[in-house]
Design a protein around this ligand. Structure first.
Ligand code: 2P0
Length: 333
């Protein structure tokens, strides 16, 4: 039996990824930049033990058909890369609290890419591991990388990957407004935005400029400029999404209240900048030394949690153990 276990963390984009140029190869329409977090890890064990088909358990329970299909399709790609045919047993544990509203596909496919590539005997350079993770979920290519990651859009499979970029020290204050699963997935919402939003071409062209400016601001360690560009990127992404038809709007009144709070804090000299993904929850970007003060300012607007910059995907020793069903499982009380 061959097995490997890997751990990866989610990331929050400062320059957002929204939309693909090539769905099959998962090439994004534009590049993006993110911070890998030090919380909410996903740990995944991949075991090859001669099973007839792939199996996937998540947090100790059988995954849904849709989740299993996505994992199987990804394993097929790993088998292609490795020239292997053996099926795999995948066990994954995700520490994002249910209801935190944090997407787990980035940490999930980053951990799976590393565990599966190791189990199938592939020894990938970080760049190739990022390319592989991208095929599972676009944002997963950034969770391979520690701390700040820049995902180059690239022109083909070989040139679309994430790598580290130096920048100012940052913390993030996550304000969870609603942790329920979103009605329209990011993947589907991206398609709808591309197909119907008149602002989508503007989003793509402006993002290339924002990313170039962000890279300069990161290189200069200019936290203020990084924060300003972060908020610009988020609001432009939401503007293009909101112009889709039928309309899509992720930001709720309570989300906008957190953007207002950031504006107010800045007016008072406390630098915080807001961003939001494909959901109502808002993340405030600030200097690490300001995190406690920023968090205190948004208590009451949602469930608040401070996180920092975290590690890239890594192999770990302890496997995710199978959960034995309780002896009386299925027996009515
Ligand atoms: C991001 N998001 O840059 C953006 C901002 C959501 C809003 O990446 O279709 O799960 O698997 O590539 O990566 C969420 O989309 O989508 C995302 P797929 P993914 O973080």
């Amino acid at each position: 039996m061959t097995a490997a276990t890997a751990r990866a963390h989610p990331n929050i984009a400062l320059v957002k990824y929204w939309g693909k140029r090539d769905e099959q190869l998962m090439l994004p329409a534009a590049g993006s930049l993110s911070l890998t977090l030090d919380a909410f890890a996903t740990t995944t064990t991949v075991e090859l033990r001669g099973e007839e088909r792939d199996a996937f358990t998540l947090n100790g329970a059988a995954a849904t058909e849709g989740q299993t299909e996505r994992v199987t399709a990804f394993l097929e790609l790993v088998r292609q890369w490795a020239g292997a045919s053996e099926h795999a047993v995948v066990r994954s544990v995700n520490l994002a609290p249910t209801g935190a509203g944090l997407a787990s596909s980035a940490s999930g496919f980053a951990a799976l890419a590393l565990a599966a590539s190791a189990a199938y005997g592939l020894e990938l350079e970080p760049r190739d591991l990022s390319r592989l993770a991208r095929r599972g979920s676009g944002s997963a290519c950034r969770s391979i990388v520690p701390e700040l990651a820049i995902w180059h859009a690239g022109i083909d499979d070989a040139s679309s990957f994430a790598e580290p970029i130096a920048g100012p020290a940052m913390a993030m204050v996550i304000v969870t407004i609603d942790g329920s699963t979103k009605a329209v997935s990011s993947r589907e919402a991206m398609r709808r935005t591309i197909a119907t939003s008149p602002y989508y071409p503007g989003w793509v062209s402006s993002t290339e400029r924002t990313l170039a400016e962000m890279a300069v601001a990161c290189g200069a360690g200019d936290f203020t400029r990084v924060g300003e560009l972060t908020e610009v990127s988020a609001l432009r992404m939401h503007a293009s999404i909101q112009a889709a038809e039928p309309p899509l709007r992720y930001l709720r009144a309570a989300s906008v209240a957190v953007f207002d709070a950031a504006e107010q804090m800045r007016a008072e000299g406390l630098e915080a900048y807001a961003t939001a993904d494909a959901g109502p929850n808002v993340v405030l970007v600030c200097r690490p030394e300001d995190a406690a003060a920023v968090a205190a300012r948004v208590e009451g607007l949602g469930q608040v949690r401070v996180v920092g910059a975290g590690p890239g995907a890594a192999l770990v020793e302890e496997p995710v153990e199978p959960v034995e069903p309780a002896p009386d499982a299925g027996v009515p009380a």
